[in-house]
Design a binder for this molecule. Structure first.
Ligand code: PMP
Length: 366
């Protein structure tokens, strides 16, 4: 097979795309895949049935374009979120990656910038690049935490057009206090900075970790982004959404592709929302396995970060790549996020979690 990087070199690509690598979480065939923070529980039969019925009902109309403004879905998402939101406050797209891309298309672009605090979700710089937006890598403390003072100071000094706050943060797993969101929003007042809180993992928060949805009232530059890919166990359906002031949702119409959400996607998401209690029933199990991973890794002498998400980031006390490979050799795929000495593992079912913990224990005992 030809080397894909070499063959790309021969294309008349944009200069800023030359030498870049695509997003590449490996999709390997392994027994225990704990590398992409999916909910590893399959969709329950009752929800499969409901999705099948709704998709069946719309299939004969697939000759027509879908509802361009997906009004029913926006209403259902608003009801799910609560907080006094209505359909005009909500927007949806094919995964929260597309949500973030549309926000960059509307508020970023050439001559504009987006600030985020690294290490954070690895797609942010790639989405910035794709939309011609300058990516500014803000800093965290050595233990990867971010204080309100530091975040606000960095916003004031860079005056970015957009800030991405990932809470809980991927890959470190910890949620931000609302004081950080408030401070960043205030610091961006003079520069009219749009503040996006990416809450892809919000449903896994530990008790008492509040959502930035509670801050939306009176903050027209604040956007809270969510997804059905994690807690809802619907990564394959590709449905992300946000809540914000209605003008912000309206602005997305300027940049979205016409009919970007297919009728099948809308039908699937509506069925899932009708059964959200059944779908979200696995969240408590996942949180239990997540807490078990944190406790067990500590018992083994490793240093995991506190997690509000469905994954755990941990200092593996040595060569992360050697541990990654040893786990893979035992059929367990975790994520090497490129931070020396650290790995990230998704909390799976009880059996998957046991397989991961056993593999770590035997690697450490080697
Ligand atoms: N934000 C964060 C923090 C993520 O970790 C992910 C998925 N890994 C996404 C957004 C995108 O998810 P999706 O496009 O599936 O909604």
């Amino acid at each position: 097979m030809t080397d894909p990087a070499a063959s790309l070199e021969s294309l008349p690509l944009r200069d800023d795309l030359r030498g870049m690598s695509p997003y590449g979480a490996p999709q390997l065939e392994v027994e225990v895949a704990l590398n992409t923070n999916e909910n590893t529980h399959p969709v329950p039969p009752e929800v499969v049935e409901a999705i099948t019925q709704r998709v069946h009902d719309c299939a004969s109309s697939l000759n027509r374009y879908p509802d361009r403004d997906f009004t029913a879905l926006r209403g259902a998402l608003a009801r799910y979120l609560g907080h006094g939101l209505d359909e005009d406050n909500v927007w949806a797209a094919n995964g929260s990656n597309e949500i973030l891309q549309q926000i960059l298309q509307a508020f970023g672009g050439p001559g504009r910038s987006v600030l985020s605090f690294v290490p954070t979700y690895s797609m942010y710089p790639l989405l910035a690049l794709g939309t011609g937006t300058e990516f500014i890598a803000g800093e965290r403390a050595a233990d990867f935490t971010l204080t309100a003072e530091s975040a606000a100071e960095q916003v004031r000094s860079h005056a970015p057009d957009i800030v991405f706050l990932c809470s809980p943060n991927n890959p470190t797993g910890t949620a931000l206090g609302l004081n950080v969101v408030e401070a960043v929003y205030e610091a961006g007042r003079d520069s009219d900075t749009v503040v996006v809180v990416d809450e892809a993992y919000a449903e896994f928060a530990r008790f008492g970790t509040p959502s930035a949805l509670t801050l939306l009232d009176g903050r027209p530059r604040l956007i809270v982004s969510r997804t059905m890919s994690k807690a809802f166990a619907l990564a394959g359906a590709r449905l992300g959404y946000f809540a914000a002031a209605r003008e912000v949702a309206d602005a997305m119409r300027l940049v979205r592709l016409p009919y970007h959400l297919s009728s099948v996607t809308q039908a699937t998401a509506l069925a899932a929302l009708e059964h959200h209690q059944t779908l979200l029933a696995t969240v408590e199990d996942v949180k239990m396995q997540r807490d078990r991973i944190v406790d067990e890794l500590k018992r083994m002498g490793l240093t995991p970060a506190e997690s509000d998400s469905n994954f755990v980031f941990f200092d593996c006390g040595g060569d992360a790549h050697a541990m990654w490979q040893a786990l893979l050799d035992r059929g367990v795929l975790v994520r090497d996020v490129g931070i020396p000495g650290h790995l990230r593992v998704t909390a799976g079912t009880e059996a998957e979690t046991t397989a991961f913990l056993d593999a770590v224990e035997s690697f450490l005992a080697r």
